[in-house]
Design a protein around this ligand. Structure first.
Ligand SMILES: [Zn+2]
Length: 391
């Protein structure tokens, strides 16, 4: 029997390395694949090896002048503009090639779905959602996810929903399709008044001809699993039901975790696992089962990202890992070798409940004013009643 999901992975993707003490360290990807393998999640699964995306695919989303600047940057050294050579987006050796490989990864995943080879595909190195048409931003050089969506629009898909659960606003993807009624972008993130990139307010709802196609849920700092799911369920399922996408693309950043060093939401690994199970169900219910998952942020490299994304891969492959599962010795031994002082969790859980009280139309909790603002901004544009919790 073939696996229910295609998983794109190759160690060449570790070449996207911003160097030194940069928070986006590729070890998080290697540790994810090692943990998934050690737990048997990838047994019998053939990992698909990506190639660097060609220029014409990258230039679906990015200006050729910017792409040229990325290619020249390692030689030019400094002052190349386009957001390059900053602390967030340092210039590194083979920057273009490594970034094109990430685009190639998400593109390969997209092609697996478009060809009918599979309904679910994962590109955990992808999800670089901040990259803009003419500049790097927020650790992101090329917007692999936007390139993949653009390619899918040219290859048989007319309605695509993008769901971004990273702690940061998915601004680059929103921008790329802001005027495009074929793409519904939904981003749940920490309130932009308190976090990079400073966009993603409820009143950003889409450009002319695409009103209501950008949806933003700016959550208060310290939002926990309970409140996060209350907001998610008050906004997302109704919109997907109304839009009826042919495919769901999810950006699965895990910097929403309570221990993440760069942001201040308070989700758990159990919350992340529940997000993936929920997205899988929504894809089945509203998107013909088609689900393309990209990675994203996540800077607690040892304790959080590997566990959360192992749950992602397991969920995609219908090989649920029980939260109580102990971390395998071969994996913890490896982490001990590279980070001897790290204190590792014992199991695949943070022992948090993901139960929540559904939103009932009132404003009782801190997160409820966010829910109300987002629903009032976009629900009427989809024929939904923002104040009726049944919608
Ligand atoms: Zn992020």
């Amino acid at each position: 029997m073939t696996a229910p999901a295609a998983i794109v992975w190759d160690s060449a993707l570790l070449g996207y390395d911003l160097g030194g003490e940069h928070p986006l360290h590729p070890i998080r990807l290697e540790l994810t694949i090692r943990l998934a393998k050690a737990l048997g999640v990838l047994d019998g699964v053939e990992l698909l090896v990506p190639e660097e995306a060609p220029l014409e695919e990258i230039e679906r989303i990015h200006d050729s002048g910017y792409v040229a600047a990325v290619r020249d940057a390692p030689m030019a050294g400094w002052d190349v503009g386009h957001g390059l050579g900053t602390p967030d987006n340092p210039i590194f050796d083979r920057m273009h090639e490594a970034s094109a490989m990430v685009v190639g990864s998400s593109l390969l995943a997209a092609k697996q779905i478009a060809s009918g080879a599979t309904k679910r595909a994962a590109s955990i190195a992808g999800g670089l959602h901040h990259a803009m048409r003419d500049r790097a931003a927020g650790f992101c050089v090329y917007n692999d996810t936007a390139v993949a969506i653009s390619w899918l629009l040219d290859n048989g898909f007319e309605r695509i929903a993008y769901l971004d659960t990273d702690v940061h606003h998915g601004d680059g993807v929103q921008d790329a399709f802001y005027d495009d009624p074929r793409v519904l972008t939904i981003s749940l993130h920490q309130n932009p008044l308190t976090l990079f990139p400073g966009t993603g307010f409820a009143d950003e709802t889409g450009g002319p001809g695409a009103e209501g196609m950008a949806v933003n849920v700016p959550l208060p700092p310290y939002t926990n699993d309970r409140a996060w799911f209350r907001a998610f369920h008050a906004v997302v399922p109704s919109l997907l039901q109304a839009f009826r996408p042919q495919l769901l693309v999810s950006q699965c950043g895990v910097d929403t975790h309570d221990e993440d060093p760069l942001a201040s939401l308070s989700l758990s690994v159990d919350g992340h696992r529940q997000i993936y199970r929920t997205v899988r169900e929504l894809a089945e219910q509203f998107a013909r089962g088609n689900w393309l998952a990209c990675g994203g942020g996540g800077y607690q490299l040892l304790r959080v990202v590997p566990r959360s994304w192992t749950h992602l891969l397991a969920t995609m492959l219908d090989r649920e890992v029980d939260p109580g599962t102990t971390l395998p010795r071969e994996w913890t031994d490896f982490v001990d070798e590279i980070a001897p002082s790290a204190e590792l969790p014992g199991a695949m859980t943070d022992k948090k409940s993901t139960d929540f009280e559904p939103w009932d139309g009132t404003v009782d909790e801190r997160v409820d004013s966010t829910i109300r603002d987002t629903r009032r901004a976009v629900f009427p544009l989809h024929g939904l009643d923002p104040d009726d919790p049944r919608d």
